[in-house]
Design a protein around this ligand. Structure first.
Ligand code: NAD
Length: 464
């Protein structure tokens, strides 16, 4: 762990980290004690007193230096990420590069911590004041790029950060902390690892002024309850059950693979993956046939092997949840267009599974699977598909596919979600605000708005 600029080891028994492709232990990390957590928060608080006085441009330079440092270690970090997370090595390389790109993009944001307006007799300064110590809490699906989304805005706004990876995927994050120890002033960035108790200990710590949380909706509720006691600010990026809506005028050759990878990238373990695919009845059969044949052709395996397109589920609990959902779907009488293999033996592998037009109230439609299983659903008219797309507690994002841009845009605006991508895969951008509606979250990350969520506003109203 990186605490106050120093690398710190385990004080008690370390925690083992498994490779989900082999179920072998691939490393150990410290299980942070209360004293180590206190040390991290107090180091951050101490460093904050100086860091808050730096200019935004000085902070931009530190982010850029962090990006360069990580970019110099892409291959090493990508292998480590595949080994602990399971994703194919090519995707791991993309994720490490995205970490660096995210920091660079934040360094270039048109963020300013002070705006001044003047009239003849009145001058107003609106200052964006950093909060203090931010807790960044990250899930296991995209541990590295989500860590960048915690580091970049917190530091640019002038805060110090205590970053906590998931107990399932701590290795790459701690290694990045080690690399950045020489780049970031001591205490401004701290990394702590631990088991299930560490998250609540961190969010409940009286020294934390903001919690930037990414994870499930259930945990998000606990984080918000914990923050109620300290009045720490929160941003919550939570679960989703994102609809993709395919209109009848699309070019199937182009759109089927794009919708497919919007569903199955990272084995479906992506908050903004399409999880319900509504296809117009005029093209449903042709779409389903191509989609199913693509699902059958995908190479699933250990992400370190050449040509593998999808790795395993990341951990046993997630694997059991997804396998259980598939069994429940079959048990409910729904027809599978593709029944993906669930091989015996080591590794949490589930091959892509496609469900043929199940009932709207079936679990595969109403729950967030977070795995490689997707229902295709027939629709006839737009009002009906809008109602069904919005009939969810979630509201994270969605996609709309059509050659008629005006119709697609009008449809997209009726979907109750934070982002709709039209004719493109779901990929967040560092300069655009991203956040969920309804139970998918609170507040936004990314862009200038995301940085401002790491500040309090102070108005100085001056009469001359
Ligand atoms: P999770 O909620 O189980 O865990 C997320 C993180 O919170 C981990 O670091 C975990 O150790 C920590 N944690 C667990 N209990 C805690 C508590 N009581 N207090 C504080 N921290 C606690 O989520 P997960 O299973 O790791 O990730 C999958 C979920 O994350 C999915 O629901 C997915 O949709 C969501 N997700 C959302 C986004 C987004 O941007 N909206 C992005 C990625 C993942």
């Amino acid at each position: 762990m990186l605490i106050g600029g120093r690398l710190v080891g385990a004080e008690g028994d370390p925690l083992g980290v498994l490779n989900p492709a082999t179920e072998e232990t691939v490393g150990h990390v410290p299980d942070a004690t209360d004293a180590q957590l206190d040390a991290a928060v107090s180091a951050a608080r101490g460093a904050f007193e100086t860091w808050r006085t730096t200019s935004v441009d000085e902070r931009r330079a530190v982010l850029t230096a962090c990006a360069a440092s990580v970019r110099g270690h892409i291959e090493e970090l990508a292998v480590l990420l595949t080994t602990e997370q399971g994703k194919p090595l090519a995707d791991a390389r993309v994720e490490i590069a995205a970490f660096a790109d995210w920091l660079d993009a934040h360094a270039a944001l048109p963020y300013t911590d002070e705006e001044i307006t003047e009239t003849g007799t009145h001058r107003v300064r609106i200052r964006r004041v950093p909060l203090g110590v931010v807790a960044g809490i990250v899930p296991w699906n995209y541990p590295v790029v989500i860590a960048a989304k915690k580091i970049a805005p917190a530091l640019l706004a002038g805060n110090a950060l205590v970053l906590k990876p998931s107990p399932h995927t701590p290795l790459t994050t701690l290694r990045i902390g080690e690399l950045l120890a020489d780049v970031v002033p001591a205490g401004v960035l701290n990394t702590v690892s631990g088991g299930d108790s560490l998250g609540p200990r961190l969010t409940g710590h009286p020294g934390i002024r903001k919690i930037a949380f990414v994870g499930s909706t259930a945990t998000g509720r606990e984080v918000m309850a914990s923050a109620a006691r300290t009045l720490a600010r929160v941003t919550l990026e939570l679960g989703g059950n994102d609809p993709a809506i395919v209109l009848p005028d699309v070019d199937l050759d182009e759109v089927v693979p794009r919708v497919f990878w919007t569903c199955f990238a990272n084995s479906g373990q992506l908050c903004i993956a399409a999880k319900r695919v509504y296809v117009h009845e005029e093209i449903y059969d042709a779409f389903a046939e191509r989609f199913a044949s693509l699902a059958r052709s995908v190479k699933v395996g250990n992400g370190l092997e050449d040509g593998v397109q999808l790795g395993p589920l990341q951990n046993r609990a997630q694997y059991e949840k997804v396998v259980g959902l598939i069994k429940e779907t079959v048990g409910s009488g729904a027809r599978l267009l593709v029944e993906g293999a669930i091989p015996d033996g080591p590794g949490y592998f589930v091959h892509p599974t496609v469900v043929d037009d199940p009932a709207d109230d079936s679990a595969i439609v109403t729950r967030e699977p977070f795995g490689p299983v997707v229902p295709l659903l027939r629709f006839r008219d737009l009002d009906d598909v809008v109602r069904r797309a919005n009939d969810s507690e979630y509201g994270l994002s969605g996609t709309v596919w059509s050659r008629d841009l005006a119709a697609a845009e009008e449809l997209a605006a009726r979907i109750e979600v934070g982002t709709v991508w039209i004719n493109q895969e779901a990929i967040p951008a560092p300069d655009l605000p991203f956040g969920g509606h309804k139970s998918s979250g609170l507040g936004v990350e990314n862009g200038v708005e995301g940085v401002r969520e790491h500040t309090d506003t102070q108005v100085l109203s001056i009469r001359s």
